[in-house]
Ligand binder design. Structure first.
Ligand code: UDP
Ligand code: MG
Length: 322
């Protein structure tokens, strides 16, 4: 929950940090530079260390000691980008929340384009859209699959896609925070709260440190599995449909076999066709069991009150914030 009053002319930047000791300082400097263009607005940076294995926490400590606007949340273990963002949302005080990455890929200089869409045009969210992603083939495929999945499950307005650099109004952020379960999926929660989203094309930059993405295949896949089951029971319905379909197929095939045997009594009983059917149907059963299990697992985890995140320490948060 976020119990802070809303400060009208304050922008809250939420940055999940992971393996970014070389870039985070530059991102903060870029924010300061961009904010200087409109001195009537104030800002705060809420950097959430997602238990990064490198020295980013030390860098953040140093930055926070020099500038009280830089506030730090340190998570006890690696909860993933989306949980880290939720942890940060709990501390924002501004009327506008800006989400961005820690690796210099987001074109911070374009911030006011996004802000103007929110302030002047009345959108609830303004997001960057990037023309072509500079990323590995499997990751590209993964993002496409994820985008399609979000479209199918959450049914956002047509063609809307929320990227890693976007501004939201505070009430959207507060609404997202009402989701208490582990494994949140931020763009899904966002679109569950509002459809008034403006997309503004801009260029995504290369990673500032030239390193590979912090998302391993495993992390991307688990994000996919989370997104798939977090928002609806549609996949379960497909499972039941598949079940009915294959039962029918089996029935018809069985009839065909009996008729064939009656018409041509000389045909041998076939093992191979039997094996094929056996393998196929047990495969389908496994799939459906797995899908059901995923939901049951989620129920268990929610009942279990597994935390979305655990905070080890905060820096520059006022005492009433803690
Ligand atoms: N991130 C995180 N925890 C993780 C992995 C990534 O908080 O376990 C954050 C990371 O700090 C960055 C964002 O997620 O702000 C995007 O990560 P990255 O740049 O590695 O992914 P990509 O840009 O390729 O999507
Ligand atoms: Mg990145």
């Amino acid at each position: 929950m976020n119990k802070h009053v809303v400060i009208d002319n304050l922008l809250s930047f939420v940055i999940p940090c992971y393996r970014s000791e070389e870039t985070i300082e530059k991102v903060c400097a870029e924010i300061a530079e961009t904010m200087a263009l409109r001195p009537e607005y104030d800002y705060e940076i809420i950097a959430v260390n997602d238990c990064s294995p490198d020295g980013v926490l030390e860098v953040l400590r140093r930055l926070a000691a020099a500038d009280r606007r830089i506030r730090v949340v340190d998570l006890a273990k690696n909860f993933g980008k989306h949980s880290a963002m939720m942890a940060g949302f709990g501390y924002v005080r501004g009327a506008y929340v800006v989400n961005l990455d820690d690796d210099c890929q987001c074109p911070v200089g374009e911030l006011w384009k996004l802000m103007d869409a929110v302030i002047l045009e009345g959108y609830d969210c303004a997001t960057a859209v990037y023309p072509r992603k500079k990323e590995a083939a499997w990751k590209k495929l993964g993002s496409q699959v994820n985008a399609r999945m979000v479209t199918w499950l959450i049914e956002p307005p047509k063609g809307v896609n929320v990227e890693n650099f976007h501004v939201i109004r505070r009430y959207v952020c507060d609404e997202m925070l009402r989701y208490p379960n582990p494994y949140p999926y931020v763009s899904g929660l966002l679109m569950r709260a509002t459809h008034r989203i403006k997309m503004i094309p801009m260029e995504e930059r290369e990673r500032g440190d030239g390193k590979a993405t912090g998302f391993t295949f495993k992390k991307s896949f688990s994000l996919f599995a989370n997104g798939l089951t977090a928002f609806s029971v549609k996949p379960l319905r497909i499972a039941s449909l598949l079940g009915v379909l294959f039962a029918l197929l089996g029935f018809v095939y069985g009839l065909a076999v009996i008729i064939r045997k009656l018409v041509h009594p000389e045909v041998m009983m076939g093992y191979s066709s039997l094996m094929a059917v056996q393998l196929f149907s047990s495969g389908v059963v496994m799939l459906i069991l797995g899908m059901t299990g995923e939901y049951i697992g989620r129920i268990y985890i929610s009942l279990n009150r597994s935390p979305q995140y655990v905070i080890r320490e905060t820096i520059n948060m006022d005492s009433e914030d803690e």
